[in-house]
Design a protein around this ligand. Structure first.
Ligand code: CA
Length: 227
């Protein structure tokens, strides 16, 4: 069964480019060119992912997002924003969107996000609060971590970092992305604080296990996956 994606994007060139690329990857894509029609489709049919432009005719992507979220908390939403969108605006949809991408973007970048977001709906995410990979199980509501049946104690920051990696399992996260999602306060991106925390996490999650789950991708960042 093909993964169904609803794309709400009013610029014909951009929507055609995205649609063609995704269809070539085997996704089923439906396009809406304005906010109200996009919303009607989103609420009327079952989709696996909503890709939503922010600036749309009729109603903004943020309004559409809010209306969708009032009915559906689970549908993954990827926002597309124009370059130069203020931090305020990003925060504005932070609560409802799962990820965002700044235009112009490479298709491969979009595809990586689409894969990560549609995978989350797969069997590895159960009941919304349990995230698993191999013998690692994290309950985001109970804040518990278990590996091979053994409970692991993490600090709040380590837990947030692990949850982030697990939610994006299989996708390489840059240090900047990790910093953005895991650290509220700004810090010098030249510092090695992310590496330090990833090492703390490794010591607790991977040390003593034959199968390593946290991997360094040199020059890129970190990824959680079975290898
Ligand atoms: Ca637009």
């Amino acid at each position: 069964m093909a993964t169904k994606i609803l794309l709400v994007e009013d610029e014909p060139k951009v929507s055609a480019f995205i649609r063609r690329g995704l269809e070539e990857e085997g996704y089923e894509v439906q396009v809406a060119y304005d906010g109200p029609f996009g919303l009607r489709l989103a609420l009327g049919q079952a989709f696996d992912l909503l890709i939503l432009d922010v600036i749309l005719p009729g109603s903004s992507g943020i309004e559409v997002l809010k209306a969708v979220r009032a009915h559906d908390q689970e549908l993954p939403v990827l926002m597309l924003t124009a370059l130069g969108t203020t931090q305020d605006k990003l925060l504005g949809f932070d609560g409802g969107a799962d990820d965002y991408l700044v235009k112009p973007f490479d298709f491969v970048e979009l595809l990586a996000r689409v894969r990560a977001l549609t995978r989350r709906r797969g069997p590895r995410t159960t009941k919304g609060t349990q995230l698993t990979l191999a013998d690692l199980m994290v309950d985001t509501a109970a804040k518990t971590v278990v590996r091979a049946g053994q409970p692991i104690k993490l600090t709040a920051r380590e837990f947030n970092l692990l949850e982030l990696l697990l939610r994006h399992q299989g996708r390489v996260l840059s240090r900047a992305e990790i910093a953005e999602h895991t650290w509220e306060e700004a810090f010098d991106t030249g510092s090695n604080v992310i590496d330090v925390y990833v090492n703390y996490l490794r010591n607790k999650v991977d040390k003593g296990f034959t199968k390593k789950l946290i991997h360094t991708v040199v020059g890129m960042g970190y990824v959680l996956r079975e290898e």
